[in-house]
Ligand binder design. Structure first.
Ligand code: TYD
Length: 206
């Protein structure tokens, strides 16, 4: 595969979408390479149906929830991410498998190992070259959320503290893949840090 795969992770309201957009614009401008922006859940048509059920449907048990996120991811990888990487594109995804390990493993208290195994099966072991973690203390959650909270955003402070701890724990185990940033910093400062990490992985001389 010749493209570059980057994921953005973090709690709800940490600013992932803003940073992903900034990076996408910069990569396209600096390299002229194709940039594919996507997200989980809901990066494909099937995924958009699953997203609706997962975020706005009725309550579901933890295992069913984990399997539906994994199904969304399997199809996302097969139908969108792998073909884009094969074309040489830079693929930026707003959430990927680490969200499942943190939310379904850490948050919902399934076994993190089992959730990871499920996701690795779903993706046939495709991992990002870089995962940006926008780390934010969940005390900031209420002021950062806009609109009606979805099913996971309503899960409560303790849930979000466990999720955050799970992200940080995973990042500490694999510093080669993870870039951990304090999401309370200004948008421009965060963007510069992300660019510095990604630039050497791109072709050309940006
Ligand atoms: P989204 O609107 O994308 O939230 P955010 O803007 O915070 O990224 O909704 C995704 C929600 O789904 C978010 O609360 C995290 C949760 N989620 C999981 O629980 N497991 C997963 O595997 C993924 C991809 C997301």
């Amino acid at each position: 595969m010749s493209g570059l795969f980057i994921s953005f992770e973090g709690g709800d309201g940490a600013g992932k979408t803003t940073q992903l957009t900034r990076l996408a614009e910069w990569v396209a401008q600096a390299t002229g390479q194709e940039v594919v922006r996507t997200r989980e859940p809901g990066g494909t048509e099937l995924g958009r149906s699953l997203r609706q059920v997962l975020l706005h449907g009725s309550e579901i048990d933890a295992r069913t929830e984990a399997l539906l996120f994994a199904a969304d991811r399997a199809h996302h990888v097969a139908a969108l991410i792998r073909p884009a990487l094969a074309r040489g594109a830079v693929v930026l995804t707003d959430r990927y498998l680490d969200s499942s390990v943190a939310y379904q493993g850490g948050g919902r208290e399934l076994s993190a190992e089992q959730v990871e195994e499920l996701s690795l099966f779903a993706t046939d072991h495709l991992l990002p070259a870089v995962t940006v973690l926008l780390d934010l203390d969940p005390v900031h959650l209420p002021e950062r959320l806009t609109g009606d909270p979805d099913r996971l955003e309503r899960a409560g402070g303790e849930f979000h503290r466990r999720t955050r701890a799970a992200f940080l724990d995973r990042a500490a185990r694999d510093p080669e893949r993870w870039l951990v940033l304090d999401a309370a910093q200004p948008v421009d400062v965060l963007h510069a840090q992300i660019r510095a990490r990604v630039a050497p992985l791109l072709g050309g001389d940006q």
